[in-house]
Design a protein around this ligand. Structure first.
Ligand code: DGT
Ligand code: CA
Ligand code: CA
Length: 576
């Protein structure tokens, strides 16, 4: 059984290998595979379910999936193989995916490394770097060797951990299977996934069932499972095809609440809670909360533990030992922003630049989700790789949005916007007169990221001081597992943002930027936040929950988040 990620990885690898070919129109094919990979990777519904329900036709309804790609997916689901992929792999017998997953290493370099040094994977590459063999390859500079070294380090630092947006949908699919099996009374995901940590090391599933053995049998035979690592009547561990381990624990109802509290963690949070329990004469562990006489006083629900300890219950996202335990004792846990509070997305793209869906499709999809508005924020000219637009092109683009809004009146409002580059010198990549025509100016750094901290801080602050910017997008530039944040003094930037009424973005894509700790840092200032998906196609809207999860980990409340405002109030806020 093929999961979305595996298929997307295969398509990306096909695109990488095809990009080395030179037959006519090959670039067209490369783009098609790339686009399909991008979309399938971010889809939350398993593609074999889509196929199972509606066959080839349903596959072709996925944006970016045409006839021949749909046929490849079908082949893959039916046979576990893809002929096209295997043919190309014969020609390029090295792990393109492994090598190009290193930041800064593209298909051409991978081929060069294979041809000259027989490097087939990351292990070979590391060895070659350590033995100073790379420097002798023509076409590879000293600077790029340094870059390769950094890329490998970054990858190893994140090794074994997976971004939440890849892991959680699989965990939820497993929960659905378990509850659908009729074997369990309740099942939930605990651990870092429940806390919405940006990456997870493994998945921790808890279930109530009187049939431990049968549950374990069912669990270890699910299509998501690659192999069983350990199988016992109360605990089983499997390795999933997506590359993560997954634990399941089967419990009796009377210890479920304690287990949920314990296995949700974090470990540091648990240590603090347990200390409070001891102070009150209890013993707390994963089996229960026991009083002096050894009686378990909490059963099925974890809320009971906090209650008995004189604490307020708090959302899992807060349980990182960052002061939430004290707040809970004072009954001052804030009411965090929720997915249901979000009324629109203020950072979205379209085919006008590097998106894969049209503005019409984006708006229709957002309306279907119940949004009141989206801002279309396509790129500006300096972002050439994204096909960015200049003043003249934006003028026509905005007219088009006006016409669309006339057509859509009453359904959803498309705000006229832009994701404007903050150039190296801190100026904006579009004229002020054009920026003033926009409802929503999102500004971001896309180039020259290797600046000194001071210089970068001044650059971004200068852009905010124009008074033309509404939202600072992905303010540190990091991409989880791919790129480190650039150096920047966020507190200085927050001072500028406060003076100029600029909101900080919490980006729900693989960036998850700002992250939880940076949100906490800048929320000390009087600034707003915008939780956006940076959607490049309609499937990306589903990533909002990870933006919201990250915002909750940074303790944000609804009133701090501007895209929880109804349209009229949002427009007023943006005009200020
Ligand atoms: P991960 O898997 O690295 O993303 O992070 P977690 O938080 O899911 O950690 P994991 O899977 O090792 O353990 C799940 C939870 O079990 C953890 O959040 C808290 C609890 N736990 C694990 N080991 C200990 C421990 O030694 N002491 C305490 N108090 N709790 C623990
Ligand atoms: Ca875990
Ligand atoms: Ca675990």
């Amino acid at each position: 059984m093929m999961d979305n990620r595996t298929i997307a990885d295969m398509f990306d690898e096909i695109a990488d290998m095809l990009s080395l070919e030179s037959f006519p129109n090959v670039q067209f094919e490369v783009r098609a595979y790339r686009k399909a990979a991008l979309i399938i990777r971010s889809m939350q519904e398993p593609i074999y379910d889509i196929y199972g329900k509606g066959g080839l036709e349903a596959l072709m309804e996925i944006p970016g999936v045409g006839k021949s790609i749909a046929a490849s997916i079908e082949e893959c689901i039916k046979t576990g193989k893809m002929r096209k992929y295997e043919m190309l792999r014969k020609k390029y017998p090295f792990s393109m995916r492994e090598l190009t997953s290193i930041a800064g290493l593209g298909p051409k370099t991978a081929l060069l490394l294979y041809r000259k040094l027989k490097i087939r994977n990351i292990a070979d590459l590391k060895k070659a770097i350590a033995e100073n063999r790379i420097g002798n390859v023509e076409g590879i500079r000293e600077k790029s060797i340094e870059q390769l070294r950094k890329g490998i380090d970054l990858m190893e630092a994140s090794k074994g951990r997976m971004i939440i947006s890849d892991a959680l949908p699989v965990a939820e699919q497993i929960i659905k299977r378990l509850t659908g099996s009729g074997l369990v009374e309740r099942a939930l995901v605990a651990g870092s996934a429940r806390r919405m940590r940006e990456t997870v090391g493994d998945l921790d599933i808890l279930a109530i069932s009187p049939n431990g053995e049968q549950v374990m049998e069912f669990f270890s035979r699910m299509p998501e499972v690659e192999s069983t690592i350990m199988k016992g009547p109360t605990k089983t561990t499997v390795h999933l095809k997506i590359g993560l381990n997954c634990d399941i624990r089967v419990l009796e109802p009377k210890s479920f609440g304690a287990a949920v509290q314990y296995f949700t963690g974090s470990k540091d949070h648990n240590v603090q809670v347990r200390t409070i329990a001891i102070g009150k004469g209890y013993k707390l562990n994963e089996y229960g909360l026991f009083d002096k006489k050894g009686r378990n006083v909490v059963h099925e629900h974890e809320e009971g533990i906090y209650e008995k300890l004189g604490m307020q219950w708090m959302p899992p996202e807060m349980r990182e030992a960052r002061g939430e335990v004290k707040l809970a004792q004072q009954h001052k846990i804030p009411k965090l922003v929720e997915l249901g509070n979000i009324r629109g997305d203020l950072h979205t793209h379209s085919v006008a630049t590097d998106g894969q869906s049209t503005i019409e499709e984006m708006a229709a999809s957002a309306a279907k989700m119940g949004y009141e508005y989206i801002a279309n924020t396509d790129h500006t000219k300096s972002t050439r790789v994204a096909n960015g637009m200049n003043d003249r092109q934006f003028a026509a683009h905005l007219d088009k949005i006006d016409r669309l809004n006339d057509k859509l009146a009453g359904k959803i409002r498309i705000l006229k916007g832009v994701e404007c580059d903050i150039l190296k010198d801190g100026t904006l990549d579009l004229s002020s007169s054009m920026l003033k025509k926009m409802d929503c100016v999102v500004a971001a750094v896309h180039s020259n990221m290797a600046m000194e901290r001071d210089e970068m801080t001044k650059r971004v602050a200068k852009a905010l001081e124009t008074g033309l910017v509404h939202i600072l997008a992905h303010p540190t530039g990091r991409i989880v597992g791919v790129r480190e944040p650039y150096k920047i003094d966020l507190e200085k930037v927050a001072e500028s943002a406060e003076r100029n009424n600029v909101a900080f973005e919490v980006n729900g894509q693989q960036r998850l930027d700002l992250n939880d700790t940076n949100i906490m840092l800048v929320s000390k200032y009087k600034v707003g936040f915008a939780i956006n998906t940076d959607a490049h196609n309609t499937t990306h809207f589903a990533l909002m929950r990870y933006g919201v999860g990250t915002a909750r980990r940074g303790w944000l409340t609804e009133n701090r988040v501007i895209n929880t405002l109804p349209l009229e109030r949002l427009l007023k806020t943006l005009k200020k």
